[in-house]
Design a protein around this ligand. Structure first.
Ligand code: ZN
Length: 219
């Protein structure tokens, strides 16, 4: 998939860069054995080729034995920004979706121990699942929205997006200090606590209140 789906719009937007924030919820940083960041946390990338739509299957790579789900708020960038101030950062957001940042935790842990990049833990085909996007002019995010994910009907992740350490505006301000963001770029804003291993046959379903729902099966 190279373009995203937008609710109530026929506009076709191609996916550009996919920038992801790590450790943006205190409880998730803690469960991974990391300190709670006091400055802007880790940023890594996924690719457009990772991305599938809600309803499509996640294909479990055979070189990993520890595939994890991470449910996240995803921002769609609508205008070019570099070194954005607060207003520019806020205005750069075109819409929101719920996404899954599927992660090969075993590969990630080996990379972390060696001090190497996590790339191969994050960019396997089907490792990014996206709902439809809701345009910002149709829904204003309050921070009170519930973000949740169930595996086979059992709730695993359950939080509100306002628990993020760096909110969407701060996230865009920080990322745009280091790289230009353009229309079609996506930002995965980090996952709350409750990440867990999934195996072939597992059915994942989740969502963000007033934004959208997402589902996938691991095959
Ligand atoms: Zn993530």
């Amino acid at each position: 998939m190279k373009s995203i789906k937008i609710k109530n719009s026929d506009e076709e937007i191609q996916i550009g860069k996919v920038v992801c924030v790590g450790r943006n919820y205190a409880d998730h940083a803690k469960e991974m054995g990391n300190e709670i960041p006091d400055k802007f946390p880790i940023v890594f990338m996924k690719t457009a080729t990772c991305m599938i739509n809600s309803g499509d299957n996640v294909v479990h790579p055979d070189y990993s034995e520890n595939l994890h789900h991470e449910v996240e708020l995803v921002l769609l960038i609508g205008t070019t920004v570099k070194n954005a101030n607060s207003d520019e950062a806020k205005n750069a957001i075109a819409g929101y979706a719920v996404g899954l940042d599927m992660t090969l935790r075993d590969l990630q842990n080996v990379s972390r121990e060696k001090g190497e990049p996590w790339t191969f833990a994050k960019i396997f085909d089907t490792s990014g699942v996206l709902s439809e996007f809701v345009l910002k002019n149709e829904y204003k995010l309050t921070g009170n929205e519930r973000i949740y994910l169930s595996v086979n009907g059992k709730i695993k992740q359950d939080a509100t997006v306002g628990l993020m350490l760096f909110n969407p505006t701060e996230t865009i301000k920080n990322i745009s200090k280091r790289m230009t963001l353009e229309k079609g770029d996506l930002i995965f804003t980090g996952t709350p606590a409750g990440v867990s291993r999934v195996v072939k046959g597992d059915k994942l379903s989740g969502g963000i209140e007033n934004i959208g729902e997402i589902e996938t099966t691991i095959v």
